[in-house]
Ligand binder design. Structure first.
Ligand SMILES: [Zn+2]
Length: 288
């Protein structure tokens, strides 16, 4: 839900750093050196297919002894990540840290609800080991968005591909597709209810992808929780101004507009919440 800049890190240099860091395993070092170009070519497919929602064309592997390139097995490539990419004392360790810093402490999958602590494989390394150390497949994510379970179900058609923070179409990040309704207090507290309504001009698979992302990352409930915390004080402010005799227009211009005009994108929970409050007050003339 947040777009991140494509990592300015050359994959070939990452592989070279991994090769330089392999000590005590000359066989793996030799295999990686000879198969480096195979891995670079597979990464070209990844970069081509991702923005087209065609990642399902890359098939998952299951058996650990499956050859992924001429010489490298699935186990070799998983080991490459855990033993020669993530450890801080290995030459490739700096790449891990640079990738983690790209997100500026805001998780791209949930539009900053959580703070990323780790890098996550967009395509799981257990099924797509050819991308185990490919920078574009390593996305910072928060604990709640971790692809762990989700990664076990890879896309089988264009509708099922999650939004990719580095490579996906700008429409998902620049156009509004998350909306909300304000529910005034009636036998219960006031609440903001979030829902998806992607633009009709989008293609069907694009609409399906946005909705799947919203559901599988549990955005509805997570947004509602944040909104509920802020709603109490916001309603208090707005009601006070209405009581003082200010019009609905002035109240929304004072309270809502500054928030959504300076928020973090059209689908951020705060943007959507304040637009919903504005709509409700303008149409109904009251927040109760
Ligand atoms: Zn997150």
């Amino acid at each position: 839900m947040f777009k991140l800049p494509i990592p300015n890190i050359l994959y070939s240099e990452v592989l070279d750093a991994c090769i330089a860091g392999i000590t005590g395993n000359p066989i793996l070092k030799g295999k990686l050196t000879s198969d480096k170009n195979d891995l670079l070519n597979k990464a070209i497919d990844y970069d081509t297919f991702t923005p087209l929602a065609q990642l399902h064309r890359i098939h998952p592997v299951t058996a650990s002894n499956t050859k992924i390139t001429t010489n490298l097995t699935k186990e070799d490539l998983k080991k490459l990540y855990t033993q020669y990419f993530t450890p801080a004392d290995k030459p490739a360790g700096v790449v891990y840290d640079r990738l983690r810093m790209i997100c500026k402490d805001e998780c791209p999958f949930c539009a900053g609800i959580g703070t990323p602590e780790n890098l996550d494989h967009f395509l799981a390394k257990s099924k797509f080991p050819q991308f185990s150390v490919f920078p574009n497949n390593l996305v910072p994510s928060c604990r709640d968005c971790n692809m762990g379970e989700k990664g076990q179900t890879h896309p089988s058609n264009p509708n099922e591909q999650y939004l990719h923070p580095f490579l996906d179409d700008d429409i998902f990040y620049n156009e509004q597709w998350v909306f909300a309704t304000y529910h005034p207090p009636y036998q219960a507290s006031a609440a903001i209810e979030f829902f998806t309504n992607p633009p009709l001009k989008w293609q069907n698979f694009q609409r399906a992808r946005a909705c799947k992302h919203f559901i599988d990352f549990n955005i509805k409930a997570r947004y509602a929780k944040l909104a509920a915390n802020e709603l109490v004080s916001t309603l208090d402010q707005m009601r006070k101004l209405l009581k003082l005799g200010f019009s609905a227009k002035v109240v929304t211009e004072t309270i809502c507009e500054p928030i959504y005009n300076h928020s973090k994108g059209p689908n951020h929970w705060r943007t959507v919440m304040y637009m919903a409050l504005e709509d409700h007050l303008i149409v109904n003339g009251s927040l109760d």
